[in-house]
Design a protein around this ligand. Structure first.
Ligand code: AMP
Length: 407
């Protein structure tokens, strides 16, 4: 079902409660180290300002424990937003109650205020209805632009939309749905998915659903070692997962699950590529002794830390031939410079390819930013977990809660 968009709303003079995702990384002194998420919300905020609406922004930041914690204050985000917009952004140090009410009463058309971290209240993550009602109270309508949390049933997304109609999608949320939707609906082929990162268990369901859609699946990162082990290849002391918990709480051996996935892929004619060489290290540290080894060459006690150059070349060729590429998860321990080459090579291959390229959130976005090629990627998603759940074909609660559109 198509959802109402911000462009369908009459915003003039209206108090718009806008759920943004300002969950930005901060350094020890509270400085924002990457403002991508704030920048990504600017089109929606500017639209409200230009149309003479009043933007009341709400967001979470980090993981405070349901009570105020200055480390997770959104005050630095208000300052950064003010710089980006070139105008004053009032910060209110709570997200519900009298302070919010009086700040909203003072707002004029085109004004922007940012409320303090939603997660300073336990009701946010609990999806508490009374908290959602309090949040909705000062506003006339709701706009959701927080794709990164759309897979969560939190009060500021699902609860608020029940109290505050119309509830529409902001420009960022619409863009995410459009690009990720294009991977599912009618992708330019070949459709290639590249999955990496630490855990297979996190990505099993998305792998299973992608097997039904993609032409090729390229595996890297630590999860490649669980696949290789299932294939009978020695992986030394590489990070391997043995078991996952099934839907009914039962224990499932990952090697069995992986073999089943490979069998199904084979049946469907889907090509699954695993690394053919590795950068191995004698221990998990940036100054470890390293060597490039072939597929079977990881010695006892050594760890696979990155895909090797031949794997990067093969994966690069696949990306070059692709019509659409979706990438989530680094190819190695890219936070340590000696083990970043494989991940950087994939980022560059995506940037150089003529394919529709979509990077799904989290560490792969940091990698794309680090390699300086973000502006040559078709779409860099702001949602890690949300983009994976979207591709699994799940209905995201934050999207489902919005008002249906009959246009
Ligand atoms: P994820 O959150 O599942 O995307 O995983 C990201 C993490 O996977 C990063 O912190 C990487 O350091 C880690 N990672 C990638 N490759 C490896 C590897 N070969 N061994 C250990 N950790 C890895």
């Amino acid at each position: 079902m198509k959802k109402l968009g911000i462009q369908d709303l009459d915003l003039k003079g209206k108090r718009a409660l806008v759920r943004v995702d300002f969950n930005v990384p901060l350094d020890e002194s509270g400085r924002i180290t990457d403002d991508t998420r704030i920048r990504a919300s600017l089109p929606t905020i500017r639209r409200i300002m230009e149309e003479g609406g009043k933007a009341i922004l709400i967001s979470h930041l980090g993981r405070p424990k349901g009570k105020p914690d200055p480390v997770f204050s959104l005050a630095p985000a208000a300052r950064r937003l003010s710089e980006l917009l070139g105008r004053k952004v009032t910060f209110v140090d709570d997200c519900v109650g009298g302070k919010v009410r009086s700040a909203v009463e003072k707002m004029e058309e085109g004004d922007v205020i940012l409320l303090e971290n939603l997660r300073f209240h336990p009701g946010e993550k609990a999806g508490d209805d009374a908290f959602a009602e309090q949040l909705s109270a000062p506003a006339d309508l709701y706009i959701d632009d927080a794709f990164g949390t759309a897979h969560r049933g939190h009060a500021s997304m699902v609860g608020v939309a029940a109290h505050l109609q119309p509830a529409a999608a902001g420009f960022l949320l619409q863009k995410e749905i459009e690009y990720l939707g294009s991977v599912l609906a009618d992708p330019r082929r070949p459709l290639v998915a590249i999955l990496g990162g630490a855990k297979v268990s996190d990505k099993i369901t998305v792998i299973e659903s992608l097997i039904g859609k993609v032409d090729s699946l390229l595996i890297g990162g630590a999860m490649a070692y669980t696949f290789l082990q299932a294939d009978g290849v020695p992986v030394g002391a590489s990070k391997v997962e043995e078991e996952v918990e099934g839907a009914g709480g039962e224990t499932i051996k990952l090697t069995d699950l992986v073999r089943e996935i490979l069998r199904r892929a084979d049946q469907r004619g889907v090509e699954v590529l695993l690394p053919v060489d590795h950068l191995a290290a004698d221990h998990f540290a940036a100054d470890a002794a390293v060597e490039i080894v072939s597929r079977d060459g990881i010695k006892a006690g050594w760890l696979g830390m990155d895909i090797g150059p031949e794997t990067a070349r093969i994966y690069g060729e696949k990306i070059k031939e692709a019509g659409t590429v979706f990438w989530n998860g680094p190819m190695g321990v890219f936070e340590m410079k000696p083990f970043a080459a494989g991940t950087m090579a994939i980022a560059r291959a995506l940037a150089d390819s003529s394919a529709v390229s979509i990077v799904g959130g989290g560490d792969s976005v940091s990698a794309v930013n680090l390699s300086g090629v973000a502006d040559r990627i078709t779409h860099v998603s702001t949602g890690g977990g949300a983009s994976l759940e979207f591709l699994e074909g799940k209905t995201l609660p934050g999207i489902a809660a919005l008002t249906d559109s009959n246009r």
